[in-house]
Design a protein around this ligand. Structure first.
Ligand SMILES: Nc1ccn([C@@H]2O[C@H](COP(=O)(O)OP(=O)(O)OP(=O)(O)O)[C@@H](O)[C@H]2O)c(=O)n1
Ligand SMILES: C/C(=C\CO)CCC[C@H](C)CCC[C@H](C)CCCC(C)C
Length: 301
């Protein structure tokens, strides 16, 4: 088995290595092979890890402080996003249905984009997951009408019924937490799943409502324009997120292999979203779970 050790990004030390070298830190268990079967044999069996940056001068305390500050900033961003769209809706600058979808698109994507501001420690993902967790509690409290937050209700529900918070929005935020906890920054699966749920499903709604006159034969509630929009936006938003994480040094991807896989994930997510099953399982559950499954299988085999 060929061996090589290379640092490709001084900011985030990432090691390409295989079994014969003793890596500088105990490596995490093998996670994902991001190279295509067409990758040259010499590097075929390399496994790309994102090895946490050695905790040099930064003490554990400094990392905890950084992650706490990052969680607070992301939570403030979430609150500001919802308040902003509530104001736009109140001033009738945008319709409530569009406001809801833009919150749907932006919340998850901005959450995933915020992950690099957290530290390189193993606990960072848990600090990041506090934000969707607190928002889960916020949605449950207001969904059960234990407290009243009209700003949240108006910018996140279809008809202004607080009980709506306990369905689509709650499932959505749970999926954000799952992606952060299970996949985080060193796997393409989490960002791809959020790209499909937030970007793909969001634009399917916006484009489908506006231009979706030609309905899908097996589901009169969905349209060809909406589904095609989902496939295209899900693909490009996911590729954009992967490019960001690759540019930051968290992922190293064979782009031809990756594009094929992301297109397959987007196709499956689009088909799942088009199915007449929303009475049994919400899109905010079926779309991300289908995306996670296909992305995990295609990026590890
Ligand atoms: N493939 C799709 C998806 C959505 N739509 C349009 O967008 C509307 C809402 O889509 P839907 O996915 O049902 O959104 P909701 O489930 O209401 O919103 P959310 O996922 O945020 O709960 C549909 O009635 C339809 O007009 C479409 O035409 N084609
Ligand atoms: C309308 C929504 C789903 C229905 O399909 C989205 C609900 C969004 C939540 C109310 C708020 C979620 C906030 C995120 C957990 C964090 C976003 C942080 C970012 C920096 C804005």
């Amino acid at each position: 088995m060929s061996l090589s050790l290379s640092f490709t990004n001084p900011i985030i030390s990432r090691h390409v290595y295989s079994a014969a070298f003793s890596p500088p830190l105990p490596p995490p268990p093998p996670r994902f092979l991001f190279l295509s079967p067409h990758t040259p044999a010499k590097s075929r069996f390399h496994i790309f890890y994102r090895v946490p940056q050695r905790a040099t001068a930064l003490s554990a305390t400094a990392s905890i402080f950084r992650d706490t500050a990052a969680s607070a900033a992301v939570f403030a961003g979430a609150y500001a996003l919802v308040s902003t769209f509530d104001t736009l809706t109140q001033k009738e600058l945008i319709q409530q249905s569009l406001s809801r979808k833009l919150v749907h698109i932006l919340s998850g994507l901005l959450f995933a984009i915020s992950w690099p501001i957290f530290s390189n420690t193993g606990e960072a993902r848990y600090f990041a997951s506090l934000v969707p967790l607190v928002n889960c509690l916020r949605l449950v409290i207001h969904g059960l009408s234990l407290a009243d937050d009209q700003s949240l209700i108006k910018s996140v529900t279809r008809e202004g019924n607080p009980k709506e918070l306990l369905r689509g929005p709650l499932y959505y935020v749970v999926m954000l937490m799952l992606c952060a906890l299970l996949f985080w920054r060193e796997s393409p699966v989490g960002v791809i799943s959020l790209g499909m749920m937030c970007g793909g499903d969001g634009f399917a709604d916006i484009m489908g409502r506006k231009f979706g006159s030609s309905k899908i034969p097996y589901n009169q509630g969905k349209s060809w324009v909406g589904s095609i929009s989902m496939f295209i936006s899900g693909f490009f938003i996911s590729i954009g997120m992967l490019y960001l994480y690759s540019a930051l040094g968290y992922l190293e991807l064979d782009w031809r292999y990756t594009m094929h896989r992301v297109a397959l994930v987007s196709l499956v997510a689009t088909v799942v979203e088009s199915l007449p099953i929303s009475n049994f399982i919400d899109d905010n559950i079926s779309v991300p779970l289908a995306s996670m499954l296909v992305a995990y299988l295609t990026f590890t085999h």
